[in-house]
Ligand binder design. Sequence first.
Ligand code: UDP
Length: 246
Amino acid sequence: MAEIEEIYGDPLIHPQREDYWGHVNPLGIRSCYDEGKRCAESLFMSYYREHGIPVKIIRIFNTYGPKMNINDGRVVSNFIVQALRGDNITIYGDGGQSRSFQYIDDLIEGMVRMMDDTPDDFTGPVNIGNPNEFTIAELAREVISLTGSKSKIVHLPLPADDPQQRQPDISLARNMLGGWEPRIQLRDGLLKPSPTSRRCFRGEESGGEARPARAKTRPQPIRKKRQTTRGLPLSHSSLPVQPVNP
Ligand code: UDP
């Protein structure tokens, strides 16, 4: 079961260990997101206890990588798209909130090890993430620097109940997943090359319309204008290219 760090809500314990029960507003605008995730874990564990159904739970922290949807709304893809277009980089709040960003390859390695290398009766949950923590303002500066973009940073209102900090404690993963360790740090992950990324972003790839944003209950990004870019989802590895102004 691929769970996420949203389980912990806006955590009061830092970094977050798996035995922390979280700090969630059950009525807030993120509540169906947070509580939905918590309910799913609860159901899986009930099936495990009641019916002996094999269960393995990982909790995935903020992850990025190639082929994210340009309309995804998450911070890494938003900032890259904005930087490449020369649009304003939209920081919600003062940018002092933090996240710990994991490259997709590290996540997949952790998932495979969880499935293949742990005892049958080991359910987890296990945090899978990269504990290197950045503020959102630092991420914005890094993206601008790597793209050479002329984009300006603007500050927009912080969505309600936006978690202030997130950092996984990955001790359990290190112990249980055969020495698993995140290998790819943020700057390297953002720079990873992909032959199709720029074409995808500019809509030169055949394959039609950009996918609509996935349905989600997290706060949606504030968009200045309607997304019109055609093509497949942007790869974050398009960062080394020059800013593109469609
Ligand atoms: N964020 C931002 N600008 C954006 C998108 C997100 O400042 O264009 C902030 C958001 O408010 C949050 C952080 O970036 O504090 C991470 O948001 P994301 O939706 O990527 O992940 P999550 O909040 O689920 O960890």
